[in-house]
Ligand binder design. Structure first.
Ligand code: HEM
Length: 527
């Protein structure tokens, strides 16, 4: 029997056309009969139900499907996209079909939106009008990760309060010395690589940095993976997003029937993470026993959630603690590390801007150790901020956002049925010339010129790298602090020599990261 790439899981599978068609037709029926498929069950059951997205009949325009690329009868547009570059395919189609179009993955219709005002309206109308896709909640639950990111309604409100409190600005200021220590470790790691002439895998090193910072802030524990050979926690975390991304985009929940090697690896990684997190929880519980006064004013996320769990009538469970520890590490690790990595990549291709960043940092830190900024100085880095904003505009780690309406709704005059997945193209929004002049160009200057001196569009509301509305990223301040501190250290101390810059590609695995991003660092010579 011949082997072919599976349309759903992208793995190599035995292929027999007749069998494939029969399986495709009966899989929804089996899933529903077995009652196994909760996440996609309703969608599967609705194969016969009309999911069409129609023009609002109140507008008198009549019922008609949205525009979109033509697909094939059973698989829709599935064969035309690659999930590891889904955002690029959707952005191409947006250029062709406009601000609202539809595609089909198997039986599922998806609406794809890139209208600025509508995107803000939908993001603001959460959690009551819109939610994250229901299958995200189910997939996160199955991965033991249904924390604040995947929770909805009252569960989300309760968890959001604790997370926001743990990440608020005042705590981050208190915590700044911890970030500075971790930046110092990263600097020493890169100095060793520079002296040895080693290639630096930027994403890998930066993920060690961001996990170390997130664990200190959120759990009060310094795991110091930057100075640990072969740390395990990142290896386990790295298994989560690719599988989550694949499951979210699979029209059928194959993993409930067949465990592919990647699913089995994920199970093992989750077991190992559970052990690591259990050890952290124990450390924090012991700390609270020794210092009960901390319960009155918890200093990190774990202290806060454990204190809440101990309160009478609490609804916090051990599973919820595990899930939120995982959410904070995952949300804080890839996003910030990849944002810094993309920024370094863009700077490496733009020596003038690297020089301007250097001048800013040299002037700012004239009396400090080179590039080591203090908390107050991080507020006075307009050039570095302009460069990182421009990097998040062109290379956002979340170029694509997913929602679904809790009731039938109208978007741009079209009726979108309850439960339809809506992809929002956030990068497409931020790179269109109508929102930002020469939208595709790396031009940090656009963030520095005075509004009255601008010669073209500059629409802040089209720039939403951290989302918007009530579910806006609560880690934004922490992330910006990390970005500033690392870029200051890097620009002040190193020359960045890209290695095969042309082969760096965007890859989507829940977040969008650069592949093949290796550099050589040289110690900067001061004149
Ligand atoms: C450059 C770095 C980062 C970027 C670009 C980023 C981006 C985002 C985006 C786009 C969302 C979805 C927002 C929405 O639905 O409107 C989000 C949510 C979230 N982020 Fe971040 N993030 C970053 C860093 C962090 C960090 C450092 C943490 C914490 C350690 C964090 C924690 C979270 C959490 C907990 C949520 C879920 C919020 C909710 O559902 O209520 N993020 N982030």
């Amino acid at each position: 029997m011949e082997l072919r790439r599976c349309l759903f899981c992208s793995g190599w599978q035995p292929f027999a056309p007749g069998l494939a068609i029969i399986a495709f037709r009966i899989a929804p029926w089996i899933a529903n009969q077995a009652g196994i498929c909760q996440a996609r069950g309703e969608a599967l059951a609705s194969l016969g139900k009309d999911l069409s997205i129609t023009i609002d009949s109140r507008s008198g325009a009549g019922a008609e499907d949205l525009p979109g690329p033509r697909g094939l009868p059973l698989i829709g547009n599935r064969h035309q996209v690659r999930f590891d570059r889904l955002h690029l395919d959707l952005e191409d189609w947006a250029g062709q079909y406009g601000p609202l179009y539809q595609i089909r993955f198997g039986p599922h219709r998806v609406a794809v939106l890139s209208d600025r005002a509508e995107i803000h309206r939908l993001l603001a109308d959460r959690p009551d009008g819109f939610r994250r896709p229901h299958y995200l909640e189910a997939a996160a639950s199955e991965m033991r990760l249904k924390g604040v990111f995947a929770a909805e309604g009252d569960d989300w409100r309760r968890q959001r309060r604790i997370v926001v409190d743990a990440l608020n600005r005042a705590r981050i200021e208190d915590f700044f010395p911890g970030i500075a220590t971790t930046v110092g470790r990263l600097q020493r790691r890169w100095e060793r690589a520079a002296d040895a002439g080693d290639l630096v895998d930027l994403c890998r090193d930066l993920m060690r940095f961001t996990v170390d910072v997130a664990t200190q802030l959120a759990f009060g524990i310094d795991i110091n993976t930057l100075e640990t050979p072969g740390p395990t926690i990142q290896r386990h975390l790295a298994k989560v997003f690719p599988v989550l991304h694949r499951r979210l985009n699979s029209p059928y929940p194959y993993w409930r029937f067949i465990r592919l090697p990647a699913d089995r690896r994920l199970d093992r990684a989750l077991d190992a993470l559970e052990l690591e997190f259990a050890a952290m929880v124990k450390t924090v519980r012991d700390r609270l026993e020794r210092e009960p006064g901390r319960r009155r004013s918890p200093r990190d996320f774990l202290e806060a959630i454990i204190t809440e769990m101990e309160a009478e009538g609490s609804r916090v469970t051990n599973e919820e603690i595990f899930a939120n520890v995982g959410n904070l590490l995952l949300a804080g690790e890839d996003t910030t590390a990849n944002t810094i990595a993309w920024t370094v990549h863009l700077l490496a291709g733009s020596p003038d801007w690297l020089d301007r960043c250097r001048h800013e940092i040299d002037a700012l830190t004239a009396s400090n150790a080179p590039g080591m900024v203090d908390f107050e100085q991080t507020k006075r880095m307009p050039v570095i901020d302009a460069v990182s904003s421009e990097s998040m505009r062109l290379k956002p780690v979340a170029p694509l956002h997913m929602l679904e309406p809790l009731n039938d709704t109208w978007i741009l005059g079209r009726r979108i049925p309850e439960g339809t997945t809506i992809f929002m193209l956030l990068r497409h929004l931020a790179t269109r010339d109508e929102h930002f002049m020469n939208g595709d160009r790396f031009d940090p200057e656009r963030w520095l010129v005075k509004p009255e001196e601008r010669r073209g569009p500059h629409d802040h509301r089209a720039f939403v790298p951290f989302g918007a509305g009530p579910r806006f990223c609560p880690g934004r301040n922490l992330a910006m602090l990390e970005i500033r501190a690392v870029l200051a250290m890097l620009c002040a101390n190193f020359d960045v020599l890209p290695v095969d810059r042309a082969s760096v590609r965007e890859q989507l695995a829940f977040t969008m990261f650069p592949t093949n991003l290796f550099v050589r660092l040289g110690r900067r010579k001061r004149t």
